[in-house]
Design a protein around this ligand. Sequence first.
Ligand code: PRE
Length: 365
Amino acid sequence: MAHDQIETMRKQIDEINLQILELINKRATLVQELGKEKEKQGSNRFDPERERQMLNLLVENNKGPFNDNAIRHLFKQIFQASLVLQDDDKKKVLLVSRKKKAEDTVITVKGVEFGGKNPILISGPCSVESYEQVRAVAENHAKRGLRTLRGGAYKPRTSPYDFQGLGEEGLQILKRIGDEFNLVTISEIVTPADLEMATKYIDVIQIGARNMQNFELLKAAGRVNKPILLKRGLSATIEEFIYAAEYILSEGNAQVMLCERGIRTYEKATRNTLDISAVPLLKQETHLPVFVDVTHSTGRRDLLLPCAKAGFAVGSDGVMVEVHPDPDVALSDAKQQLNIPQFNEFVDELLASGLYKGEIVATRA
Ligand code: PRE
């Protein structure tokens, strides 16, 4: 066949493609309208009976050269794409979504940028045990130029007989020390009734893994004027995590940050399985700052540094790690907290890696 002939036929095929395209989109517009109507009436989008009728009609009228199976297959693809289209229309674009807000959310507290250009370190003891204990950590933070101090005052523990935290007194200790050293303080709140009270003492409210789907707490957190750090639930999917954050935003609080802290899997070598891919995924899907808690995910001192490096390498906005003046006698998480010299070594190694540039740089950048 002459080259010219092929070209002529290809031109005809292009024209037909464009006609099919126009027709297929004309069909899609109708399907969209029909979908909205079905939505109003509360009827199912998927209608196998209707699909069967359409396929029968098409096969009856099929004059080839496509055989009936090919026609069924092609049109089933169209029905499926139509269902997806109706579904997309139904799905609201979430407030947390990048589709809603393309630029990164940056939350600035006391000059510290969460989600800013430079990733940060969030560190401190697992539990606030005493003024002296927290002060020892804070003093070291100040020496190292670190700006963010975590410490649990309400401790949701697996056993009711384990240390439950100092409660409001613990928050008061954090306030005193936060003011003394100009540190941003983060602490977990476990009940809606304590949220307003907590805003008097701390700078960032944490909602812990066990409460990630405590919807009343999420809604109440959406009504306070404080940033919220939301941790991923023990067995939460990314979708569930995103919806949990959406609960907070939907009530009006846009200052939300996410924290991957490991999920439950069959693996026992680590406390939880650090889902490192959650970080770039959450950064792609949402505009919120994303952190990695290396202490609770790994539960192992020897894995803190490599996992922190991994966290920074995949684009997290910071790493969370626990440090205690004397971990052996800590009232919680004794096994996995770093002591102060170990913590300083951890910070030095991260600085040396170039993945973490230090807080002073971060806040001046
Ligand atoms: C349509 C889409 C999905 C249903 O499973 C059946 C048919 C189609 O693409 O034709 C349209 C539609 O929603 C409908 O007829 O109810």
